[in-house]
Design a binder for this molecule. Structure first.
Ligand code: AMP
Ligand code: FE
Ligand code: FE
Ligand code: ZN
Length: 277
């Protein structure tokens, strides 16, 4: 069984439609794929239809933008009830924060002398409800300002750079119980990746487990081998699930091909058994 529990479609900042993503997952030899768009469940229905067609198991999920001590933390939420009111409400606030950030980023870049319009960004965002910096990056590529998303993040869109604008995100400690109450399974995405930094220590993870955290994503491209082994040891200590995934974004992120990391079938079975759905 090959299981990839973290992918993005054009419902957020991936470049494949949900249906195309699922078909690619099948072609890549996966048996299970989770669709975990940023802050949005809008790709689920199309993905499920494609999954039924090609014969692959789809795990509906999300990657929720949260904050812990002012640092961004991405929380994967598997199989939550997408109609659970507190979840709907908080996702609405995050998406509203994303929409209102776009004009602010465009204004900041224009003030920096870059010729870019809100329309450029909307065109790149297309069917995505979760407008974000990757779409701004794509607009900058089309304008010839940068060569690719990587250069846009390296030079213009990251904290401290001319086009960086903060946006609303709920606290991680507030979000984990909401996911659990929605019947979902909360797993921290790439805990020691680019944005996690050192806030997610074993002590902090132990506290989060106490409020319902179910697992951590260990096998992720942001984690070099020695970090994976340390995280695996922490997960064993704390009895947290261990997941592995590609964090595939289509053409939007290099070195994140479908199935590049996978989740152990036993961990996957445990995860599914924790969902109330
Ligand atoms: P946002 O959600 O708008 O704050 O933008 C963050 C998103 O940008 C994350 O989901 C990443 O997938 C993506 N991202 C961050 N750094 C890079 C990079 N260097 N290249 C491509 N995508 C990136
Ligand atoms: Fe992303
Ligand atoms: Fe992430
Ligand atoms: Zn992701």
């Amino acid at each position: 069984m090959r299981i990839d529990l973290h992918t993005h479609s054009s419902a957020s900042d991936g470049t494949d439609t949900p249906a195309a993503l699922v078909r690619e997952a099948k072609a890549a030899g996966l048996d299970v794929v989770a669709l975990t768009d940023h802050d949005a469940t809008s790709g689920w229905a199309e993905a499920q239809e494609a999954a039924d067609e090609v014969g692959i198991t789809l795990v509906p999920g999300l990657e929720i933008s949260t904050k812990l001590h002012h640092r961004g933390v991405h929380l994967l939420a598997y199989l939550p009830d997408p109609t659970y009111a507190p979840l709907v409400e908080v996702l609405g606030r995050i998406l509203e924060g994303r929409s209102s950030r776009t004009p602010a980023i465009v204004a900041a870049l224009r003030a920096h002398g870059i010729d870019l319009t809100e329309n450029d960004v909307h065109r790149e965002a297309g069917g995505s409800v979760a407008a974000g910096r990757p779409h701004v990056a794509d607009a900058l590529v089309r304008r010839g300002v940068v060569a690719d998303r990587t250069e846009a993040f390296a030079t213009l869109l990251s904290p401290g750079q001319p086009g960086y604008v903060n946006r609303y995100a709920p606290q991680l400690e507030e979000m984990i119980p909401i996911v659990v109450a929605a019947g979902g399974v909360p797993v921290i995405a790439h805990p020691w990746g680019r944005r996690g930094g050192t806030v997610l220590t074993e002590e902090v993870l132990a506290g989060l487990r106490g409020i319902g955290l179910a697992g951590i994503e260990v096998d992720h491209q942001d984690h070099p081998p020695e970090l994976r082994e340390r995280l695996r040891a922490i997960a064993a200590d704390l009895d947290l699930l261990v997941t592995g995934s590609s964090d595939h974004h289509g053409l939007g992120k290099v070195d994140h091909d479908l199935g590049v990391n996978t989740t152990d079938p036993e961990e996957y079975e445990r995860l599914v058994s924790l969902a109330r759905r």
